[in-house]
Design a protein around this ligand. Structure first.
Ligand SMILES: *[C@@H]1O[C@H](CO)[C@@H](O)[C@H](O)[C@H]1NC(C)=O
Ligand SMILES: *[C@@H]1O[C@H](CO)[C@@H](O)[C@H](O)[C@H]1NC(C)=O
Ligand SMILES: *[C@@H]1O[C@H](CO)[C@@H](O)[C@H](O)[C@H]1NC(C)=O
Ligand SMILES: *[C@@H]1O[C@H](CO)[C@@H](O)[C@H](O)[C@H]1NC(C)=O
Ligand SMILES: *[C@@H]1O[C@H](CO)[C@@H](O)[C@H](O)[C@H]1NC(C)=O
Ligand SMILES: CC(=O)N[C@H]1CO[C@H](CO)[C@@H](O)[C@@H]1O
Ligand SMILES: [Cu+2]
Length: 559
């Protein structure tokens, strides 16, 4: 840990109003109608990149970063925060500093399980690096939150400086707040950024597009804004007598990429790599290009695929990552719009419209040029999941509860709150089969901390209502004869999602069978840290509004 570097992570308050307003006829307090914003005006911002290592005489060494969270206007800070670029095998240490004021810029709800400082002042935050394989004390436990200047700390807080070992395979991670009951509002406010682990030895021979110009993170989210440019979040809950503010899903009208609404990027006629991270609270995005350009997937979530997979559209749930090559030399036109046609809530909600159906625009230069980048036939092969090695089979059941006005009040996994003792207690170094059952109407993206998993199959539940009635009574999949009901048709796992993942969309009314590995996937070495230590890990739904209330459970590893 040699030198230090001080970075501002922004806590956003104001829209850059990147897109130019065409008219100005709003009344006070009104939400900006996205149709009043001209699209594709602002250039895609270049995200700040910081190295998570020091180079000493050409040799990479560990580094300590200081990253602060501030309340800033959007145009005086960067949203998302800086992209951290780490190197495989070189430790990155980060002291996350909370400089946030005493009052939140967004409404929140004290009636759901929430971090609340005893003084009622200050904004609890704690940072989780999504996809990281690290010790529990650096995982950003929901109760390890702290307020400004470490003034107040949550019950599982243990240290200021987090240790990221970067011992895992190269891939795409991202960091974000994970404070109990505040995750949805803290992310909406801007506490997110990309974290990339690189391994030159493994990646350089692939000759994929690289360097700042050709390898670009695209952090996509949806937000609504008021006339004055502040972020809008509804302050009235859907069951206001029970939860004054909480709503089951946040959707914004404006699609924001790297901090600008509907930006544009001028590209050369050659291959680019985009690491697209969907950081929406609840919106699914199904990307496609209006001019028929295709996506060449090279990785899923945090791990390379064995070979590239070409698709003409790609569906990303919240927190999922598409790592794709786009070859603009194949474009028949000089512009391409990256568009979205996913209904919201996904899959049964409203269709998108002409506005929220657009994401960003690429302007493609006319001149053809020699492209030195390649897409090789094979990428990086990791061992396939070995079902025989699974030491446990578990049933993970997602429930939604509604009020007498038939509005969701909360969601639980296995009928249990977060506070109830851990029931998922895998042995470090083993693999387990988890059968994830959706008994709600929504598609819930399941995210498991520490472990990586492969989706084995997805089977429709027959006589769903009968099974649901039994589960509502007994909350026990085996006693409710799950094998009898899990006998419907299967849906194929898309080829580009067949690799090792850390998030997967759990289709409603189906059993999704996954094999979760609680060890590295690229080698058989055991974790170089004590994965069984306090405060343990969590697994949860990555629709943030669900996670907060309270589709989240402890995950406690044992020896
Ligand atoms: C981003 O950096 C490139 C150079 O790599 C530059 O051409 C471009 O104008 C920059 N974009 C913005 C929005 O500053
Ligand atoms: C805010 O939510 C409440 C409760 O669901 C709803 O009645 C109201 O229309 C919402 N307001 C806006 C501006 O969407
Ligand atoms: C991002 O995820 C949200 C849900 O979390 C989803 O609604 C949205 O469509 C996704 N967007 C993209 C571009 O994948
Ligand atoms: C992609 O291709 C499939 C068939 O190969 C087609 O059904 C689908 O409509 C296409 N999607 C787009 C966005 O072009
Ligand atoms: C790990 O060990 C298993 C069984 O001993 C072996 O089949 C597998 O190839 C090993 N994996 C790696 C990445 O070395
Ligand atoms: C899309 C879908 O199949 N949704 C189902 C999810 O599960 C709930 C409850 O079992 C069903 O009611 C939905 O139809
Ligand atoms: Cu959910």
């Amino acid at each position: 840990m040699a030198s230090q570097q001080r970075i501002l992570l922004l806590f956003l308050v104001l829209i850059s109003s990147s897109s130019r307003a065409i008219t100005s006829t709003w009344t006070q307090d009104e939400i900006i109608s996205p149709s009043k914003l001209e699209m594709f005006v602002d250039e895609l911002p270049n995200l700040t990149r910081i190295q998570g290592f020091n180079l000493i005489n050409g040799t990479p060494k560990p580094k300590l970063l200081n990253i602060g969270m501030f309340k800033k206007k959007w145009f005086t800070a960067s949203i998302p925060g800086p992209t951290i670029e780490a190197l495989h095998g070189i430790d990155t240490y980060v002291t996350w500093h909370n400089h946030l004021p005493s009052k939140h810029i967004l409404p929140w709800d004290s009636t759901i399980p929430t971090a609340i400082p005893s003084t009622k002042k200050g904004i609890p935050t704690v940072v989780h690096v999504h996809g990281a394989i690290d010790e529990p004390a650096s995982d950003g436990n929901a109760n390890a939150w702290f307020t400004a200047r470490f003034g107040e700390k949550g019950p599982t807080w243990s240290k200021r400086t987090y240790h990221y070992r970067n011992m895992q395979h190269p891939g795409n991670l991202w960091y974000h707040d994970h404070a109990l009951g505040l995750t949805r509002v803290n992310l909406l406010a801007g506490l997110i950024g990309a974290y990339i682990i690189r391994d030159h030895e493994v990646e350089a021979p692939l000759r994929l597009p690289s360097g700042d110009e050709f390898d670009i993170p695209l952090i996509v989210f949806d937000r609504s804004f008021r006339k004055d440019g502040t972020i809008y979040m509804n302050s009235t809950g859907n069951n206001p007598s029970i939860h004054p503010q909480w709503q089951p899903e946040y959707f914004g009208d404006v699609i924001v990429v790297n901090g600008k609404a509907w930006p544009r990027l001028t590209v050369r006629r050659r291959k680019y790599r985009f690491r697209i991270i969907n950081t929406s609270n609840a919106r699914f995005i199904r990307f496609f290009f209006t001019n028929g350009l295709q996506f060449i997937h090279v990785a899923s979530d945090s791990v390379y695929l064995g070979e590239p997979v070409v698709t003409n559209e790609t569906l990303l749930g919240p927190s999922e990552i598409a790592d794709v090559i786009i070859d603009f030399s194949e474009s028949k036109s000089d512009a391409a719009i990256l568009a979205n046609d996913a209904p919201y809530p996904y899959p049964s909600g409203d269709p998108v419209n002409d506005i929220n159906g657009k994401v960003m625009k690429f302007i493609i230069e006319k001149n053809h040029e020699v492209d030195t980048w390649r897409v090789p036939k094979t990428l990086i092969k990791y061992p396939s999941p070995d079902l025989a090695s699974a030491s446990q089979t578990r049933y993970i059941v997602m429930y939604e509860y509604t009020s007498d006005i038939d509005e969701p009040t909360h969601l639980y996994i296995n009928g249990k709150s977060f506070e109830q003792p851990a029931t998922e207690t895998p042995k470090a170094g083993t693999s387990e089969v988890w059968n994830v059952i959706n008994l709600t109407a929504d598609n819930h993206p399941l995210h498991i901390h520490l472990g990586l998993f492969v989706v084995l199959d997805q089977t429709k539940l027959v006589n769903l209502e009968e099974f649901k009635t039994c589960m509502t009574k007994l909350n026990d999949a085996i006693m409710c004869h799950i094998s009898k009901y899990a006998s419907g048709k299967k849906i194929e796992v898309p080829a580009h999602e067949k690799g090792w993942k850390n998030v997967y969309k759990i289709t409603p009314g189906y059993v999704t069978k996954i094999l979760v590995r609680f060890s590295y996937i690229h080698s058989n070495v055991s974790y170089p840290f004590d994965a069984t230590a306090e405060p343990g890990y969590v697994y949860h739904c990555h629709i943030l509004d669900h996670e907060d209330n309270a589709m989240i459970r402890p995950l406690k590893l044992i020896n």
